[in-house]
Design a protein around this ligand. Structure first.
Ligand SMILES: Cc1cc2nc3c(=O)[nH]c(=O)nc-3n(C[C@H](O)[C@H](O)[C@H](O)COP(=O)(O)OP(=O)(O)OC[C@H]3O[C@@H](n4cnc5c(N)ncnc54)[C@H](O)[C@@H]3O)c2cc1C
Length: 818
């Protein structure tokens, strides 16, 4: 094919590297939003990387709200694309017929059907017979239930990329094929230069959309884009009589397969339980239109399952075996957004075999991010800044990528843990916790205790959408926390030291609360974006005049550090340093925590001498530990921050002294149930960049009148002291039986008003509890909430609930202040 354009300008406002569906979509959306000085460089011809392989399936519904919000735009966008460009993309809305082979999968699909209502996505829950009527070739004996989503469909990948490019060109973008970029550099001016075989081009904004090649390519600039290729396979059969253009796309996740109509034939593709990871070095040297060898040994399992579901496949020949490389990320979510430490360098890669499904949504969001300097929606889960440095380890990526491919169709159990690439990071107490019966889960590489198995019980998760095997043990841990005392190893907390002459004024500007407090005061606060949305949910303790430690959740830690680092002005004397490994954290919580700790230290732990939200150095065993009086479960308690080399001894001393108090170790499962019961918000679930502290019911933390103001203050002016149309509300089901996780639909006085951002069983309350943002045009007041009726819909069943702006457990917070 000939290059479309060989003339390389020496400058453009935006340069996009990569002419697959992602690069083409970004060029389209940027030009549509009015940014026309865009150059796209593709080293081969358009779509020659992974995009040409795609089966072209388009689905709107995902497991959660954020992902569905992104994906659903495809059904709106693709018909417009044809209309806009006059170019056929082969897009048709023949619908998805999702099959469940067992009770759990049907329940999970019903949960999605409920969630779909909050987006207005049309879905139909079908019986096996109705599924068979819709798709007569099915063997209905393998169907336990089904879900039909009529707005889903399929498209032709290459035609779609060409249409996107035509739309972008029409609005001014310049597209250069046969333009491999060799070198990337960041200039002292902040601009970027790209060396190609046709010369060098300079730009203010760089977008790297190089598919599976992005990881190594972006590493030139020091960007972290943890992805790894896997082989992704499908076959195309010979023609079959029943295969008509209107046949819906079949998804059979329990059989690991998707099946679509393809010009009178069937295309059968798979997301088998463990994929085949493919190191970049093993790819053919010529990176265009790569086809890997067929591998029937690997494809046998899914194809056998496909024949089980559609027996006619047993009697038809195979026309084509397609095996193409695609990139997968450690958490099955894309790498999107500004690369940490590289202003105006944006990443859009790691599409986990969903490039066509989600590129309309992610490219629209990224274009807005480029134009406004920040996203216009919650992209937390996709943010490339979320990754930790260890996640670039190639062995880790190779091992995890194989699981990620299987993860596309694996059962999305609540609290499902990764099985591969573990253990990565262990606390100094790991062996002690394991000996105590800990069942570990993994967050940001850290092995953390989830729950403790009593003697004789295997510490192994058995998942469920109802009551998993750990519930009774977690319930015991929760009871101990509410009535006695528990100890939780929380060493995985991210700890960032912020130091320097300007540390205090800098943090004052960054945080919505007053941080210029006396040494020893602990602050719970938020860092906001310019729209007033919550970017970081942190606690801070002031160690000295010019030294603070900022605590983040393990998963948010590197994103928080990046947020802090990128807001330090060049003339500020401030440094941020990761000190996570230096300190371990033991959380001793419960009404008996004071008596227990008092038995171990000379320090006065009384309420007067050691008030809530303060910190003191105290002696325990032979160690000096920083004790902070705070809680994330709603009880009296202390967080002990201990130099890591001392933690084993401190743990042993506390455990021994705790015996008469009934001390027991607790895990992160108990923490989740307890914090939900007390209605404490969690970042990433209840708090996100598109939620403000006032909407979250945390306005009491905001110091609007702080001298000098703070980032985000202007945006909050319209909310402070006002009744808001959107607010986080707490819920408690009336029926003691059902359990809640998140994403369940909320109805207020019969109308859909939102969904749960968090949910858990409140073991002390004896009911499932949850919280979620609710919208009402007249404003959400306590009176309105108290006088309204609420229902929460779980998997298409509605349950009556109480709603309240206050926590159902200890609404006055008296227990933490005793
Ligand atoms: C068999 C198979 C079936 C699939 N089915 C579906 C499906 O049904 N639905 C769906 O949504 N997704 C599907 N996918 C996934 C989808 O194809 C990908 O997610 C998507 O194509 C990724 O697009 P991309 O633009 O990120 O990458 P690519 O298409 O790989 O584009 C990246 C481009 O960057 C170029 N490039 C790299 N380095 C440089 C450089 N240094 N200089 C210049 N150019 C460079 C490459 O040549 C390439 O063209 C499937 C994938 C496979 C393999």
């Amino acid at each position: 094919m000939n290059p479309i354009n060989r003339e390389l300008p020496d400058h453009a406002h935006v340069v996009i590297v990569g002419g697959g569906v992602v690069g083409a979509s970004i060029a389209y959306q940027l030009t549509k939003a009015g940014v026309s000085d865009v150059v796209l460089l593709e080293r081969g011809v358009l779509a020659c990387g992974t995009s040409w392989h795609a089966a072209g399936l388009i689905m709107q519904l995902r497991g959660g709200h954020t992902a569905t919000d992104i994906a659903r735009y495809n059904a709106e966008f693709y018909p417009q694309l044809e209309a806009d460009t006059g170019m056929a993309t082969g897009f048709k809305q023949n619908g998805t017929l999702a099959i469940g082979r067992n009770r759990d999968r049907v329940h999970e699909m019903n949960r999605r059907a409920s969630m779909a209502k909050s987006f207005g996505i049309d879905t139909h829950v079908l019986t096996p017979k109705e599924a068979k009527d819709m798709y007569p070739a099915l063997d209905a004996s393998h169907v336990a239930g089904a879900l039909f989503i009529p707005g889903d469909g399929q498209l032709n990948p290459v035609d779609t990329v060409n249409a996107l490019i035509a739309g972008a060109k029409k609005r001014g973008a310049r597209i250069l094929e046969n333009s491999p970029v060799d070198k990337l550099r960041r200039l002292p001016s902040g601009e970027y230069t790209l060396d190609t075989k046709n010369g060098t081009i300079r730009c203010e904004t760089l977008v790297l959309a190089c598919g599976l090649w992005t990881r190594d390519f972006a590493a030139q600039l020091g960007a972290r884009v943890p992805l790894h290729a896997c082989e992704h396979m499908y076959v195309v059969t010979e023609a079959m009589d029943f295969v008509v253009p209107s046949l819906p796309v079949l998804r059979d996740p329990d059989g690991y397969t998707y099946i679509k109509e393809d010009a009178g034939k069937l295309l059968v593709g798979s997301f088998e339980p463990r994929g085949k990871a493919l190191p970049v070095e093993k790819l053919p040297a010529e990176p265009q239109f790569i086809e890997m060898q067929e591998d029937w040994d690997h494809f046998e399992l899914p194809y056998t399952k496909a024949m089980e579901m559609i027996p006619a496949l047993e009697h038809v020949g195979i026309n084509k075996f397609m095996n193409g490389p695609e990139s997968f990320t450690p958490d099955d979510l894309p790498c999107l957004g500004e690369a940490p430490g590289l202003p105006n360098c944006f990443i859009a890669a790691g599409l986990n075999s969903e490039g066509f499904e989600i590129s309309p949504g992610i490219s629209r969001a990224l274009a807005q991010w480029i134009i406004d300097g920040q996203p216009d929606r919650d992209l937390l889960d996709y943010d490339v800044a979320r990754f930790h440095p260890f996640q670039m380890n190639k062995r880790y990526l190779r091992t995890r990528a194989a699981e990620s491919l299987g993860g596309i169709f694996a059962m999305p159990w609540p609290f499902k843990e990764h099985e591969t690439a573990r253990p990565v990071r262990k606390s100094h107490l790991h062996d002690r916790l394991a000996a105590g019966g800990a069942c570990f889960g993994e967050t940001a590489g850290w092995e953390r205790p989830l729950w403790f198995a009593p003697k004789g019980i295997e510490p192994k998760n058995e998942y469920s959408f109802f009551r998993p095997n750990w519930y009774q043990h977690t319930a015991e841990e929760c009871r101990a926390a509410r009535e006695g005392v528990v100890i939780i190893d929380m060493s995985s907390f991210g700890k960032t030291m912020v130091q320097g002459r300007d540390a205090c004024p800098y943090l004052q500007w960054m945080c919505a609360s007053d941080v210029d407090v006396p040494d020893g005061k602990v602050i719970y606060t938020h860092m906001l974006n310019s729209l007033g949305g919550i970017e970081c949910d942190i606690t801070i303790d002031r160690r000295a005049k010019d030294c603070f430690i900022v605590y983040s959740s393990a998963s948010a830690h590197w994103r928080d550090m990046n947020w802090m680092a990128r807001h330090i002005a060049a003339d500020r004397h401030v440094t941020v340093t990761d000190v996570t490994a230096a300190y371990s954290v033991l959380n001793v919580q419960g009404p008996k925590s004071r008596d227990l700790l008092q038995s171990l230290t000379d320090a006065d732990l009384s309420n007067q001498a050691f008030p809530f939200m303060t910190a003191q150095e105290i002696d325990i065993g032979y160690a000096r530990v920083l004790a902070k009086r705070l809680t994330f479960i709603g009880e009296l308690g202390w967080e002990l921050q201990i130099p890591s080399e001392f933690v084993q001894d401190v743990y042993d001393v506390v455990m021994a002294a705790g015996k008469p108090f009934g001390l027991r170790p607790a895990g992160y499962q108990a923490l989740e149930h307890l914090r939900c019961e007390r209605a404490y918000r969690e970042f990433g679930l209840d708090l996100a960049p598109d939620d403000t502290p006032f909407e979250a019911g945390l306005g009491f933390l905001v110091k609007m009148d702080k001298p000098g103001g703070f980032q985000g203050r202007e945006a909050l002016l319209s909310q402070a002291g006002r009744v808001l149309n959107r607010r986080l509300v707490n819920f408690k089901l009336k029926d003691p039986e059902p359990v809640l996780f998140h994403d369940e639909l909320i109805r207020m006085n019969g109308k859909i008003v939102g969904y749960l951002s968090s949910g858990a069983y409140g073991f002390c309350l004896g009911r499932a509890v949850g919280m979620g943002y609710v919208r009402h045009p007249d404003g959400i007041t306590a009176e309105l909430v108290d006088s309204s009726t609420f229902e929460v819909e779980i998997a298409c069943e509605s349950y009556a609930a109480d709603g309240s702006l206050k926590s159902f457990y200890d609404p006055t917070g008296a227990r933490v202040k005793m």
